[in-house]
Design a protein around this ligand. Structure first.
Ligand code: SAH
Length: 506
């Protein structure tokens, strides 16, 4: 695997500055060991006029198989021999991107201590990759690099030069040229787009790939016309990660764009999701299930407790059945984003009268939460430490006491079905716990018993015969009104004790 980066010099800016920019001295050939083999950096030419750095990766096929456990995209085991005998050592691919990340990490970040002014400099650059696997062919190569201001030459490589009638291979010889890019930008483009073109990552796509993608994509990915394809291919089409990345890219744009554009982006993403007929995202199914349960309960005045960035509030606002919607969250940041999403500051008076957002913690009773028809806790309880749950329980079921309470939470049994989730991991970094169906039922049943509610359980998402649905929802309904008054009194007395006992048990 092989890649070269060249630059030319101008008076006062010798081409050999490339050595400083890459943090690799032009007069030395250097070798670095990476997880997949040895990366060599050498300079075939280095003078004031022209300087070329070559990155050459010698892949260790055995290490590759051991690390990747022989999994191709989609998890299908490769044929035993294909694990060892394949095109990996010869083609530039995702592994070359890994090597770029490992060998040129400071250069990618645009750091150069010795010559701090250098990384900012735009200079003539030429990148050549003699054999680049490109699913989508020269056409896609151009769609990816041209919007980034590269002049692209992408020539298909014949399958066999002696037998041209066999046609082209899936490789192209790629040459990129630009006079408007810095070395750091060039490296970041390659780091993301080489694996996108290869479209077959040979290592496990872990959740931190989203962070890597967004870091390397800073300054160009949020505006790229092929952003969706880039994101989904980079993350090996793992939808949950792709959605996370798209949502975070949207946030970057939110910060920089005005509200009309935000709406346009929302619509475009929604339209594209439909057009692709990919499975309905779980978050959407969850909102649909919540809206259906609220409708069935006849709720008009609704609390969204732990409303986050306001997706559910937004969905409820679209339905005139819901006359008052209150979003509460402990995070000011989440509320700020929610308020932008809803365009609270520009809403007509009648709409504005229907919605309120305020900051509050569910770990404390709050008189503002009293008197509503329903409260939703969507994917919230698992964000609290277990010992805090009795406090939340009292604040919601003891003090606020809406007629209906909906609680959704992940079903941990389903985690084995998420391809991208390593065994034993929770779905989100901030989840303090995830429950089995039985654990959730036990908790919800006890809560219902203590506070005079009945409870039913509804699966959300595909209900797997073995492990159940990805999300579980409990629908609590307060028992008859007569019971209500006496319950409230007796509850007031016992709650302190229950609270203490539970905190100890947890
Ligand atoms: N309900 C949203 C967001 C779930 S994320 C959805 O379904 O998509 C969990 C949210 O709970 C976060 O926004 C977090 O800030 C909020 N949260 C966590 N602990 C909280 C607490 N003690 N009080 C109020 N909100 C809390």
């Amino acid at each position: 695997m092989f890649l070269t980066i060249s630059t030319t010099g101008t008076p006062g800016r010798p081409a050999t500055d490339l050595g400083f920019l890459l943090h690799k001295h032009p007069e030395k050939a250097q070798a670095f060991s990476t997880s997949y083999g040895t990366a060599h950096v050498l300079y075939p030419e280095a003078d004031e006029q022209r300087c070329t750095a070559a990155l050459l990766l010698e892949v260790d096929a055995v290490a590759l198989v051991r690390r990747g456990k022989g999994k191709g995209r989609g998890g299908a085991p490769d044929a035993a021999l294909a694990q060892y005998v394949n095109d990996r050592p010869y083609a530039a691919s995702s592994l070359l991107a890994v090597a770029i990340g490992a060998v040129f990490s400071s250069a990618m970040r645009g750091v150069c201590r010795a010559r701090p002014e250098l990384p900012e400099q735009v200079r003539p650059l030429r990148v050549e990759v003699p054999a680049l696997p490109a699913r989508g062919g020269p056409d896609l190569v151009r769609r990816l690099f041209e919007p980034l201001d590269w002049t692209v030459t992408a020539e298909p490589v014949a399958l066999d030069t002696e037998f041209p009638e066999w046609g082209d291979s899936r490789y192209v010889r790629l040459v990129l040229e630009s006079r408007s890019r810095t070395v750091a930008e060039a490296l970041r483009h390659l780091y993301v787009l080489l694996p996108v073109l290869d479209d077959a990552k040979h290592y496990w796509v872990a959740a931190d790939e989203v962070d890597k993608l967004l870091r390397a994509g800073e300054g160009w990915l949020p505006e790229h016309p092929e952003q969706k394809l880039i994101t989904s291919r980079y993350l090996s089409r793992r939808w949950s990660l792709t959605r996370e990345a798209m949502a975070r890219l949207e946030l970057v744009r939110l910060a920089e764009t005005d509200d009309n554009e935000v709406e346009a982006i929302d619509n475009a993403v929604a339209a594209e999701a439909e057009a692709e007929e990919k499975p309905t995202p779980l978050a959407v199914r969850r909102r649909d299930a919540i809206v259906a349960a609220l409708t069935e309960a006849g709720a008009a005045r609704v609390l969204d407790l732990g409303c986050g960035e306001g997706h559910l509030v937004q969905a409820l606002l679209k339905d005139p059945r819901f006359t008052e919607i209150v979003g509460v969250d402990v995070s000011m940041r989440a509320l700020t984003i929610a308020s932008r999403r809803l365009k609270l500051d520009r809403m007509g008076e009648r709409q504005a009268a229907r919605v309120k957002l305020f900051q509050g913690s569910l770990a404390y009773t709050d008189s503002r939460l009293k008197g509503y028809d329903a409260a939703v806790l969507s994917e919230v309880v698992e964000h609290l430490d277990l010992p805090r749950l009795p406090a939340l329980e009292y604040a919601v079921f003891g003090a606020a006491r809406p007629r209906t309470v909906l609680v959704t939470t992940p079903n941990v049994e389903y985690n084995v079905r998420w391809e991208s989730l390593p065994a034993g991991h929770v779905r989100h970094r901030d989840h303090r716990f995830e429950w089995t169906r039985e654990e959730f039922r036990a908790w919800a049943g006890a809560v219902a018993g203590r506070h005079g509610y009945g409870v039913e359980f509804v699966p959300v998402g595909p209900d797997d015969p073995e492990v159940g649905p990805p999300t579980q929802m409990a629908v609590f309904t307060v028992n008859g009104n007569a019971h209500e008054k006496s319950h409230e009194k007796s509850h007031e007395k016992t709650h302190e004790k229950t609270h203490e006992k539970e905190a100890k048990a947890a």
